[in-house]
Ligand binder design. Structure first.
Ligand SMILES: NC(=O)c1ccc[n+]([C@@H]2O[C@H](COP(=O)([O-])OP(=O)(O)OC[C@H]3O[C@@H](n4cnc5c(N)ncnc54)[C@H](OP(=O)(O)O)[C@@H]3O)[C@@H](O)[C@H]2O)c1
Length: 215
């Protein structure tokens, strides 16, 4: 079974790790303070989980999830992620991340920044608009009535298929917003950011999203 590497093991990283282990994946967790600080989570997750450095998680993962405060994205290891699907959960909060002029001007998007940092990786934006706690409580089997959907965006079609499959296993439908540059449609303060939505509702939300400058 594939291994999911996690760079970041906080609210979102720990929840994705729980979903991954529950669905048979191995996980390698990492954070900024070092593997020894993750022993309680590793114990909870059991034999399919181990902790390592961010470099080790990047090397070990067939798929790697970057789920850290956006301000730290340049610390993500580059070379071990070459050629890999990298899932980006990150959002921009200036009060936490400091001001990033190209995001303030909306001339780029958060996931395009990560893609520029990881030029040989296939970055897919996902999991950015669901509260961490809901990841393990809102999933339902495929075909369930009113199943919750999550948005993805990415420039690589095959990588998006991989992430769609992962989301389906985790209990969610997928709505493809298009290339990474369309990821702004699900950034904070857009209609789809936060609430539980079906695929049909999310498509409407994406279409209704407005740039900050146009509000
Ligand atoms: N919380 C939510 O409901 C939610 C929902 C959707 C998206 N998001 C977004 O997803 C990202 C993660 O959110 P979160 O709530 O999970 O944050 P969090 O609880 O603060 O966890 C952040 C994690 O990143 C680790 N980290 C920080 N810098 C790192 C580095 N340079 N290398 C490796 N690991 C590093 C932290 O490790 P240490 O603790 O050791 O510093 C921690 O494990 C954010 O961009 C957030 O906006 C959050």
């Amino acid at each position: 079974m594939a291994t999911i590497g996690l760079i970041g093991a906080g609210h979102i990283g720990s929840q994705i790790a729980r979903l991954a282990v529950a669905n048979g994946y191995n996980v390698v967790l990492s954070n900024s303070r070092g593997p020894q600080t993750l022993s309680a989570l590793v114990k909870e997750l059991g034999a399919k989980a181990r902790a390592g450095t961010a470099l080790e998680a990047a090397k070990a993962g067939d798929i790697v999830v970057v789920t850290i405060p956006l301000k730290s994205y340049r610390q993500v290891p580059v070379e071990p992620l070459a050629g890999k699907v990298v899932i980006d959960t990150n959002n921009y909060y200036p009060e936490r991340d400091g001001h990033i002029p190209e995001l303030d001007s909306e001339s780029t998007t958060t996931s395009e920044l990560l893609q520029a940092h990881l030029p040989k990786s296939k970055v897919v934006k996902a999991f950015n608009h669901i509260y961490a706690a809901e990841l393990t409580t809102h999933g339902q089997p495929a075909g369930s009535k009113d199943r919750r959907a999550l948005v993805i965006a990415g420039d690589d079609k095959v990588a998006k298929k991989t992430v769609t499959h992962l989301l389906d296993r985790f209990g969610f439908d997928t709505v493809d917003a298009g290339p990474l540059k369309e990821g702004w449609r699900i950034q904070r303060d857009t209609p789809g950011y936060g609430p539980r939505r079906t695929a049909e509702e999310l498509r409407r939300d994406l279409a209704a999203a407005r740039r900050y400058a146009d509000r």
